[in-house]
Design a protein around this ligand. Structure first.
Ligand code: AMP
Length: 188
């Protein structure tokens, strides 16, 4: 079974496409953003540690994020395939993920990167604000999240590209067509 990473800036459509991919392929979905939101909502010890960081739009330190991810992997030892969404966001996270998968006799087979311009991302998040109230979608915090993406997270792409694991999919246009493009990569 295939394990993959769905990659892209905030607002690229990772959540929407993940839902469709899970339905079609039965992946176990691991979204570190969703996990952190669950912890802050339920006011756990971890939630208390990351709340301020998340609300500012900054990345949570690798050490905390990697530990949470590992815990989540350990909860799903029999998973048929993982879909990682919002992880890895730094090269040390990508390296840790490879190590965890290898330790389980598995691997991250490839990455699907949704290629979306910054202007498009900003328009989409402005729309999302009308229906969902996410504190980190507010203007100033959004700027921080976009900066984090273009200064830190983007460096994850050459990591996978140099190992021939990167597939880029045009992420603007019809949701169904984008989904088809992702499926083509997976089915290949
Ligand atoms: P997301 O919903 O994926 O955009 O994540 C929301 C927030 O959770 C991010 O802005 C970060 O503060 C935090 N977060 C989620 N995933 C990660 C990650 N892999 N590394 C560091 N911080 C993360």
């Amino acid at each position: 079974m295939i394990n993959l990473v769905l990659f892209g800036p905030p607002g690229a459509g990772k959540g929407t496409q993940s839902e469709k991919l899970i339905k079609k392929y039965g992946f176990v979905h691991i979204s570190t953003g969703d996990l952190f939101r669950w912890h802050t909502k339920n006011d756990t010890a971890l939630g208390k540690r990351v709340k301020e960081i998340m609300n500012s739009g900054a990345l949570v330190p690798d050490e905390i994020t990697i530990a949470m991810l590992k815990e989540e992997l350990d909860k799903n030892p029999k998973a048929r395939g993982f879909l990682f969404d919002g992880f890895p966001r730094t090269v040390p996270q990508a390296e840790a993920l490879d190590k965890f998968m290898k330790d389980n006799g598995s691997a991250i087979h490839f990455v699907v990167a949704l290629d979306v311009t910054e202007a498009e991302v900003r328009t989409r998040i402005a729309k999302r604000r009308e229906t969902e109230s996410r504190v980190d979608d507010e203007e100033e915090k959004l700027n921080k999240r976009i900066t984090e993406y273009f200064t830190k997270t983007i460096h994850v792409l050459p990591y996978y590209e140099s190992q021939n694991r990167l597939n880029t999919v045009h992420g603007i246009g019809d949701i169904g067509e984008i989904f088809e493009s992702i499926c083509k990569v997976i089915d290949k």
